[in-house]
Each structure stands twice: as structure tokens, then as C-alpha cells.
Write a protein that binds this ligand. Structure first.
Ligand SMILES: Cc1ncc(COP(=O)(O)O)c(C=O)c1O
Length: 380
């Protein structure tokens, strides 16, 4: 029996582990010099833009909304096919998410449908680069600029991706990343926000730590209501170790994704009705390798495919069930059929293992198992 192949696995090297031990022995383990160092490295990568780190991507998004002045009475246009954090943060600041269906090709928000959703209450657009495939930034900002809207890029999954040669985060309005363990770069938990002004960065620091502003040795004031979402130095040291290898991780993911697509994009597999992701090996960071299972009569349920993959020693995932059909969101009025393309994807999308230390043999193993499962049910 071959070892279990998980859906994902962080790559933490010995140098990083030793660095963490050093921080633990240093006497300063919460936010301090390593947080500052991590922020400086991230800022350098993003062309010198101000960056602040937080203890989650969710906190980063929420603070981005606050910086953009989004609050009660405001609407934020976003996608229903994402991790629920994307729209939960909109509710958290008292605003209303306005969902727009997805583009079935990219599986990202349908840019052509955004303008019809804009109302006088619209304050911002909150797009997501699902699986790391970048939303068309030129069209996005053209729409936002024309309507005077802020953009909060939920780039939680797209660290290392680029648009037309520009690294995601190096341009644009507010850009938020996550460092959750399944992301391309992890700080165990964590996230960061790239901003456009130093005054926003100063305000972000206040939002992340109780609104506190210190002056002199003993002066302290609080003018805004902040929370508690600072990153620890221990976590920052993990992130620093990861950042040094981000280009290598991205290159390896692209290689593996290319191998997946090479094996899957053949007539025999296409005939099984499998939907493939956009074959973008230059811009996407391939945070996830996602296929769309054939649905309807004669085809296995996704849960059945996942169970059979699991029995073959292979992990898989469903990213994501659509947000608007969760109980909390249904209670606010959304219902089945509101966003048919996203709902179809939410039912049939399947995430296959993809992480930098996987081998070509692992890719072949996953494809062989998946095709075998689909063929067996196709014939039955
Ligand atoms: C698209 C998206 N948005 C937001 C988040 C929230 O990030 P975190 O889990 O670090 O809070 C995640 C990651 O989990 C995500 O994938």
C-alpha cells in the first residue's frame, strides 16, 4: 500500500524550524522584530507598498473593509464561490454582500455581470482569485474607476500570481492575502494587507490591536475601536522562512499543474465529461488543482468520488459549496437558482492534491485513480 497522499501539505524546512526555536528562546515571542522584518520583506516584494500582517486572512479582509470605510448601509459586490470568510467579513462590518454569478471558464466573478449589480449603495468590489487564477485586473479596475468604487482584492489564494507581468499585490487598491497552512505560503495562521498609503497602514495597526496609539514611554490613547489580530513573532519567523522559497514553490506548483493538465487534457478523459481549469502556467500560482466532475444521471456523486479516492489513499476537497445557500445567508433571502453557474460549480468542483513536494508519480497516481473511478461508473 502506498503512503496516503494528502490534499495539501506545508513545506517547512529545517532552517525555518531552527529559526522558530531561536525566536522561542529569545525571550520575545509575540509581535516584535520578526513581524517588522516579515512586513519589510513583503513590502519589498510588492514594490515598496505599505504592508501589515495579521493573525488571519479574515482579519486582514475585515480591516481592509474598515479602511475603505465600508459599514452599515453599504453594499459590496462579490462572488458566491469562495471560502465563506469573503462575505462573512462584509456582514461583520455591518454591510451587505451583493453576489454576482461566476464566469464558468475562470470560475471567478463574472466581470461582465458586475455593472448590473451596482446600486447607489455600492461601496466596493471584493473579487477572489479562486485557486490562484487572477481576475482580469484591467477590466476590474476599469469598472471600479468608472463607478468610483473601492476594490478590496481577496487575494488569499493568489500570493505569487501575477496579472500582465505585475505581481498580485504590487499594484491596485487594497490587496489581502492569507497565510493559512494550506496556502502557498504559510505562517501557520496569518495574513497580510497591502495598502496604498502610510496613513492607512498606521490605521491598520490600530485596528489590529485595540485601537491603541502609544506616545513616549507612558502615553496611550484609543480613538478607533480595534480588535486583537496581531501576528506573533513565532508565526512571522515561519512566514519569513517560507517567503524565501515562494518563487521555488510557485515554479514547482506550475510544473505539477502542467503535468496534471497534460494527463487530463486528452480525448479519452474529455469524453468522460471532466471539466478542466484554465491552462494558465504563467500567471496563476496554482494554489489548487480543480476539476469539474460530470454531473447528472449515470455519474457518481462528488462525495462518492471523494470516498473512492480516499479508499485509494488519495485526499481531495470540495472548494467551495456556494456561500449564498448556507443557512445564515438563506435567512437573509438568497435561495436556490440565484446564481446557477456558481451553484453548478459548488456541486461539482473537486480539488486534487497539489503541493510542492509532490512528485510526478503522485500526479500520475491521482489521475489514474480518478479516471478509473469515472470510467467504472461510466461503463456501469
Ligand atoms: C478566498 C479566501 N478568502 C479568505 C480566506 C480567509 O483566510 P484565513 O483562513 O487566513 O482567515 C481564505 C482562506 O482560508 C480564502 O481562501
Amino acid at each position: 500500500m502506498q503512503p496516503y497522499l494528502p490534499l495539501t501539505r506545508p513545506t517547512l524546512d529545517e532552517e525555518t524550524i531552527a529559526g522558530v526555536a531561536e525566536v522561542l528562546r529569545s525571550g520575545w515571542i509575540t509581535s516584535g522584530p520578526k513581524v517588522k522584518e516579515f512586513e519589510a520583506l513583503l513590502s519589498a516584494m510588492f514594490g515598496g507598498r505599505p504592508v501589515r500582517v495579521f493573525n488571519s486572512g479574515t482579519a486582514s479582509l475585515e480591516i481592509a473593509l474598515r479602511l475603505a470605510g465600508v459599514g452599515p448601509g453599504d453594499e459590496v459586490i462579490t462572488t458566491p464561490l469562495s471560502w465563506v470568510a469573503t462575505s462573512n467579513v462584509v456582514l461583520t462590518v455591518g454591510a451587505r454582500p451583493v453576489f454576482v454569478d461566476i464566469d464558468p471558464l475562470t470560475r471567478n466573478i463574472d466581470l461582465a455581470a458586475i455593472e448590473a449589480a451596482i446600486t447607489p449603495a455600492t461601496k466596493a468590489i471584493l473579487p477572489v482569485d479562486l485557486a490562484g487564477l487572477p481576475v482580469d485586473r484591467d477590466r476590474l479596475y476599469e469598472i471600479a474607476t468608472r463607478h468610483g468604487l473601492r476594490v478590496i482584492e481577496d487575494a488569499a489564494q493568489s500570493l505569487g500570481s501575477s496579472w500582465q507581468g505585475r505581481l498580485i499585490g504590487s499594484c491596485g487598491d487594497l490587496v489581502s492575502f492569507s497565510f493559512h497552512p494550506n496556502k502557498n505560503l504559510t505562517s501557520i495562521e496569518g495574513g497580510c494587507l497591502v495598502m496604498t498609503t502610510e496613513s492607512d497602514a498606521t490605521l491598520a495597526e490600530q485596528y489590529r490591536l485595540q485601537g491603541v496609539v502609544r506616545t513616549g514611554l507612558d502615553g496611550m490613547d484609543v480613538k478607533v475601536l480595534g480588535g486583537k489580530s496581531n501576528l506573533t513573532d513565532v508565526a512571522a519567523r515561519v512566514g519569513i522562512g517560507q517567503l524565501a522559497r515562494l518563487d521555488e514553490f510557485t515554479a514547482r506548483r506550475r510544473e505539477l499543474a502542467r503535468e496534471y493538465c497534460h494527463l487530463l487534457d486528452v480525448p479519452a478523459v474529455r469524453a468522460l465529461g471532466l471539466g478542466l481549469p484554465v491552462a494558465d502556467f504563467d500567471q496563476s500560482n496554482w494554489h489548487m488543482m480543480q476539476v469539474m466532475l460530470p454531473g447528472g444521471a449515470g455519474h457518481p456523486e462528488r462525495a462518492e468520488v471523494m470516498a473512492q479516492l480516499h479508499a485509494a489513499g488519495i485526499g481531495s476537497g470540495a472548494h467551495y459549496p456556494v456561500i449564498h445557500l448556507f443557512t445564515l445567508y438563506r435567512a437573509a433571502g438568497w435561495t436556490d437558482g440565484d446564481f446557477p453557474r456558481a451553484e453548478h460549480a459548488g456541486r461539482s468542483i473537486l480539488t486534487l492534491p497539489l503541493f510542492p513536494t509532490m512528485t510526478s508519480a503522485d500526479v500520475t497516481r491521482v489521475v489514474t485513480a480518478l479516471v478509473g473511478i469515472l470510467q467504472a461508473t461510466h461503463r456501469a
